[in-house]
Each structure stands twice: as C-alpha cells, then as structure tokens.
Ligand binder design. Sequence first.
Ligand SMILES: N[C@@H](CCC(=O)N[C@@H](CS)C(=O)NCC(=O)O)C(=O)O
Length: 268
Amino acid sequence: MQAARTFNIHHAADLQGPLQSPSRPVLYTHTLCPYAQRVFLTLLYKAVPFELVQVDLSDKPAWYRAVNPRGLVPAVVHQGEACAESLDLCRWIDGAFNTDAPLTPAAPAARKQMDTLLSSTSCIVSAGLDIVAGSTAYQWGIGRQPSTAQVQRFEQQCSQLRSALQQHGGPYLCGAQPTLADVALLPFFERFRLALQLFQDYDLAGVQGGAVTQWMDHLHKQPWCQTAVPDEEKLAEAFRQHKSLDFFDYVTYDAFKVHPHLLGDVSS
Ligand SMILES: N[C@@H](CCC(=O)N[C@@H](CS)C(=O)NCC(=O)O)C(=O)O
C-alpha cells in the first residue's frame, strides 16, 4: 500500500520557467537520482504537501539555472528561496515542516548515532561506489571483479550500519524511529544491492549477517518509502545500458559520449 499522495507532478519541459507555488515547496528532481530521493523521502515521511518537478537531466531547460546555478537536482524552492544539496535540504525540511514527525531524534544517544552516521555518509557511499566500480576503478561506473580491498572496505563500512542497528535495537539505524541517517543511506544501498547482484553476483544479504538488507527490507515495507523507491526494472535497464550508476536520462542520455572508457567493460 502506498501513502496518500501529498504532491502534484509536473515536467520541467512543459514549463516556461520555475514553477510558481505560493504555499507549497517545489522539489526539482529526477526520479532515479539517489540524492533527490533523499529529499523526496523526507517530504514523504513528514507528509508535507509539495509540488514535484521532474527535470530531464539530459536536456535541462535554460531557466533551471535560476533555480540551481550548478544545474543539479535536487533543489527546493520555497517562498522565493532556492536551496540545493540533498543533506542540507533534508535537515532544513525536517526542522521547518511538520515537526510532529521528526527525522531528528530527541534522545541524545540516538541523535549522536544519527550525527555519526551522517558524517560517515560520504565514506560509506564512496566505498559502495568503489566496490560497484570494481575493475573499472571509475567512480559511478559499474564493473566486475572488485578487488579484495574494495570488498573489505565496503564490508567494513557496512559494519557501521550493523553496529548502529545492534546498539539501538533497530529496525531503523538509530532505533525504533526512522531518522535522517536512514533517509541519507537507503537510496544508495538500493542501487548498490541491485548493481552488485546484477553484475558481480555479490549478494548484499550475505554481508554483516544480513543486517543491512533486513534494514532495507523494513524500510521498503513503509508506505512513505514505497512511493519513492525507484523502479528496479528501469534501474536495471539503465545500469545495463549505461554501465554506470550515474546516468542522466535512461531514454535520451548516451553514456558512452561521456564515459567512452566504460565501453565493453560489462556485458549485459
Ligand atoms: N551533492 C549533491 C549531488 C547532486 C547530484 O550530483 N545530482 C545529479 C543527479 S544524481 C545531477 O543533478 N546531475 C546533473 C548534472 O550533472 O548535470 C547533492 O547531494 O544534492
């Protein structure tokens, strides 16, 4: 069952400029972007009514630079202010909207755990990208045959998740309630799990006694997560086509123009 929809969907290509929305925040996103998914998850968990603008990253409208001069998604515009950077956006949304559904725990131990995980997020994500890249050694690429060092580094980072789950009793990373740490990490682990299974025959369920996949599976049962989860078949199709976790549009984006060195590394 999915949560009742709290957002309207628009397509940037149909707009002449940034969407005007006097009262609701506007999320500019690409459905398959893991960073944007963090912000999407935050808005959904907090049941914030918002407008969602889907941006084709392979063909961004010129006006999008007025929203985010770097041209990246996610970006959120609310009451004339535009902000970018996924974790900053998640923190801001958590503090500014529906404080009855906090993603920042009040209990000091859980709060400390969340902060620790958030400050490790880039290391955890980078270890995941590295193992998925395997022999290509290209961050965001999908390769085969990760080295022992790549596997060890990834599994070591996963141990942080397992310790958090054990220490706080789960089912979320910091205890009984979801926090920004769950939201920050889940979109990446979804992609890692799929890419590792498809291209490396590596089953994340075998890592850290299955703690990571149990955590993911619990989140995936929550209606607010189900709305934001990317279509696995589309993700798999895009991974096969682009041999990269980072692709801008699975229909119009030609990965090999940007990553010609990846050609031939992975057979589909
Ligand atoms: N540090 C940024 C990263 C955002 C990002 O890299 N977004 C990618 C999509 S996954 C993007 O917008 N790429 C479009 C481009 O590079 O033109 C964040 O956390 O929000």
